[in-house]
Design a protein around this ligand. Sequence first.
Ligand SMILES: [Mn+2]
Length: 355
Amino acid sequence: MADPGPTFENAMPAEDFPAFLDAAPDPVLVLCHNDADGLSAGAILLHTLRRAGRTVRHRILGRGENAWDDAIRAEVQRQAPGTVVVADLGTGVGDVLPGVPTLVIDHHVPRGVPGAARVLSGLAEDPAPTTSLLAFRCARALLGAEADDLLWLAALGIIGDMAEKDGFPEMAEARTSYPVTKLRTLAALVNAPRRTASGDAEPALRLLLAASDPKDALSGDHPETARLEAAKAESSAAFESARRVAPTIRGDVALIALDAPQQVHPLVAQAWRGRLKDKIVIAANSGYRPGWVHFAARTASGADLMGFLKDAAPPGAGKAYGGGHAQATGGALRTAEWPVFLKNIGFEPAASEKA
Ligand SMILES: [Mn+2]
C-alpha cells in the first residue's frame, strides 16, 4: 500500500465531483502539470467542464513553478477565478487562493494539508490511479456515457506515467477502443515540449483538446503535431550530447555535470543508473533555469535517496529540493547553494580547483 500521507478531512471521491461543482462558481481555472499525465488530466477537465456549460480558463505550470508559491498565487489571483482545480501538481500546504473553492486532484505523496481544498488523491487506492484517470472518473461522474470519448486521454496519462500494466479497468477498456501503439507514440510526443529549451507545453494541450482520438492526433491534420515532433527532435539531440558527458565519482556518488537549456538531467541520470549499479547517480544541470542548478538523483543500489538528500541539504534548501521517491528523486538549488551541497556529498573542491 502506498503511503497515503496525512488523512484529509476534505478527502473527496470522484463520485462527489458533481456536488463539488454545484457549489463552485465560474470561471473555473484549471492548473495542470506539463507532462503527459498532467496535460491529459487538464484536457479531460476542460472538455468536461465545457460540456457541462461551465466557463473555463487554464494555466500549465512548468519548470520551477509550484501552485503553492507566492508568484503563482498572485498570478492566479489576478485571473479572479470563481473556482480552482489543481491537477497533477502535488499537494502543498495551505490554500492556493484562500476563500476560493478548490479541488486538488493528485497522486503524489502530499507535503501537507492544502487548506480548505477538497482533495481527490490517488493514494487512497493501491495501485494509485494517475491524475488523468482520476480526472476521467470525475468526468464520468458528471457526464456519464457522454464522457466515454475522453477515455483515450485517461489512457494517455496512464501510459505517460508508466502505469500501463497496473491493472486499471479503464486501461483495459481503452485497449478495446484505441491502438496502444499510437497512444505510446502520442505520450512521447506530448511529453516532449516540457523538455525543450522553451518548455512551452501549450501546443501539446491544444492538440489534446483539438483531436478526437489518438489516430486523429497523429494524423497530421493538426498543426501542433509537427511542433511536438520538432520538440522531440530538439530534446533527443540534447540528450544524445548530454549522455556523452563522463561522470566524476567520489565514494558512493557519481556526479554528471551538465549545462543544457533542455531538461536532460532526469534522462541522463536514468541512463547512468544501470551502468553504475552500486552508485548514487546525480545528474546536475546548471543550464536549465538561470540562477538554479536542477538535478536528478537515481540509484540501483537500494540506498534511500530521500534520506541521502535530507542529510546533504544546504541550509537554504527550499520546497524545490528533494521530493519524489526513495529510488528516484531530484530537485533544484540556487547556484550559491550548489557548492555547499557538493561539499556535503563528498565533492570537496580539488586542490587545482581552489582559487
Ligand atoms: Mn502524474
